[in-house]
Ligand binder design. Structure first.
Ligand code: ZN
Length: 277
């Protein structure tokens, strides 16, 4: 579905469902500016300018700022895709809109946002061309195929975008799942997920406080990508298509950009903190 059509549908949906939204139990959170939003004053896009460590007193000059180019590689996995629609049946999505459409739109904005912040990125698919990791050629890219591909790449962090669904229409908000375990190269999964959670809560209009959990500590909860990737990773359920407010947000282009920006902001904060603890 093209964006203009989606936006029109989203606007209509929002009007029609306002009354239902009031009854849904999910309130809109007022957008607040990030407390530590940084202004990028670097001369090179994506570069971080560090202040001179110590003025070279007595030598007759001040050392120039040191420019450190970020070269972290983020792998972005738009969940489902092609013949795999993901969730969306019995949801508040407009007819014909499925999880795969929302995942891909947000992943695309996230990809550009991360590039704008100086990261290198890998998009798991472009929604058109059959990815090389469709090993069985069935055009359904199951988690094991995706994990095999991801683990063959040199990536520093993986984020998989999905939409949630629940029998309870009051279930709403963003849920992040991460897992630290022996498969991982490092212990970044938890602090990265928490940085993303905080950035979303700081910057995105959301229906409930974001949660970040390790599914291995939860009953009936297990996700292959957070569990199996060697790089630290998270699977982010960006909202519930079965909640009327979340569903209207998920198909709204401006909200899609906003949640992408929140995720990118969290990833940037995490890596900034690694470089400048
Ligand atoms: Zn999904």
């Amino acid at each position: 579905m093209d964006r203009i059509m989606r936006k029109t549908i989203a606007g209509t949906l929002a009007l029609l469902l306002t009354a239902a939204a009031v009854l849904s139990g999910c309130s809109r959170k007022q957008k607040t500016p990030a407390p530590d939003t940084q202004v990028n004053t670097s001369p090179e896009e994506g570069a971080v300018v560090l202040e001179p460590a110590i003025p070279a007193v007595g030598i007759g000059r001040v050392m120039p700022a040191v420019v450190v180019k970020k070269n972290r590689t983020i792998c972005i996995d738009p969940g489902h895709g092609f013949y795999d629609n993901g969730t969306g049946e019995n949801s508040y999505f407009p007819e014909g809109v499925y999880e795969k459409h929302v995942n891909f739109a947000i992943a695309t904005y996230l990809n550009q946002d991360l590039i704008d912040r100086g990261f290198d990125t890998i998009m798991m698919h472009n929604g058109v061309d059959r990815p090389e990791y469709d090993w069985d050629m069935n055009e359904i890219f199951n988690p094991n195929e995706r994990i095999a591909f991801i683990n063959a790449q040199e990536v520093d962090y993986v984020v998989s975008i999905h939409v949630n669904a629940a029998p309870n229409p009051d279930a709403c908000g963003v849920r992040i799942f991460y897992q630290d375990n022996n498969y991982k190269w490092n212990d970044w999964a938890k602090p990265a997920a928490e940085a993303i959670k905080e950035a979303i809560d700081d910057t995105v209009e959301i229906t409930a406080p974001t949660t970040a959990d390790d599914p291995s500590t939860m009953a009936n909860s297990d996700f292959a990508i957070p569990r199996e990737t060697h790089a630290a990773s998270s699977l982010i359920e960006v909202g519930f298509c079965t909640n009327v407010v979340d569903a209207a947000n998920l198909v709204n282009e401006e909200w899609q950009k906003s949640i992408a920006n929140g995720i990118a902001e969290g990833i940037e904060r995490f890596f900034d903190n690694l470089e400048n603890p």
